[in-house]
Design a protein around this ligand. Structure first.
Ligand SMILES: *Cc1c(COP(=O)(O)O)cnc(C)c1O
Length: 221
């Protein structure tokens, strides 16, 4: 199957209301351009310099999603153009995004990353840290940052029940913050969960945005 066929099949599998971010890390500008020419506009990267270099060479109407772990020193590379930063996990990173967004004359949309997986290597806030961070709102400290929702990753496993329970946990945190939290529910509306191997489970558990690389572009080398 070629890219056009995989893209068509994937789009047909996504319910209305679930957005697709094509994860283009390690892919060439030409591969991104091929999907762009099929009409796709949302791409996800997890290395700031790589995203910046690609952004400079590709059309300006692409939405660039930063989906990796963003170090404070790298915010400056993406702040002028990034569409959504998925992996925010602390006040210091928020401070840096605030500073760089203000300097760029923008308001930057972010998601809080929550750690729900078993692996200890994965980044993100614990549910307790999430609630502590959220309780800092409403705040005048980050006027150039808009909190749009949550992002998370499930454990890398064949155990679908475990994946489902982790996504349930994340979706529950999302719903409770949306209905009873300090954020405007009309804007706090993005739940980023699901990758190539588990997006079906994620959608069944309430995902509104899936981040898919391999199932679109094929295996990464
Ligand atoms: C690489 C990556 C993806 C996409 O993974 P695939 O298995 O290729 O779909 C999604 N989310 C994050 C955070 C990633 O780093």
């Amino acid at each position: 199957m070629d890219l056009a066929a995989r893209y068509a099949r994937l789009k047909a599998a996504l319910p209305a209301g679930v957005r697709l971010v094509a994860v283009s890390k390690t892919r060439t500008v030409e591969e991104i351009r091929a999907l762009y020419d099929l009409g796709h506009r949302a791409f996800g990267e997890n290395y700031p310099q790589e995203m910046k270099a690609k952004q400079a060479r590709l059309p300006a109407d692409i939405e660039w999603h930063f989906i990796g772990h963003l170090q404070r020193g790298n915010v400056k590379h993406v702040a002028p153009f990034v569409h959504l930063i998925h992996g925010v996990d602390g006040e210091k990173l928020l401070d840096e995004i605030e500073k760089r967004a203000a300097a760029a004359g923008r308001v930057i949309d972010v998601l809080f990353e929550v750690h729900v997986a078993r692996e200890s290597t994965k980044h993100g806030l614990t549910p307790e840290e999430l609630n502590t961070l959220a309780s800092a709102w409403p705040s005048a400290r980050w006027p150039h940052v808009r909190v749009r929702g949550l992002m998370g990753m499930a454990t890398f496993t064949e155990d679908n029940a475990l994946i489902g329970s982790e996504f349930d946990r994340l979706a529950g945190l999302f719903r409770s913050l949306r209905s009873g939290g300090p954020f405007d529910p009309a804007l706090f509306d993005i739940l980023s969960m699901g990758m190539s191997a588990d997006f079906g489970i994620a959608i069944a558990r309430g995902s509104t945005l899936v981040r898919i690389g391999t199932a679109l572009f094929g295996p990464r080398s």
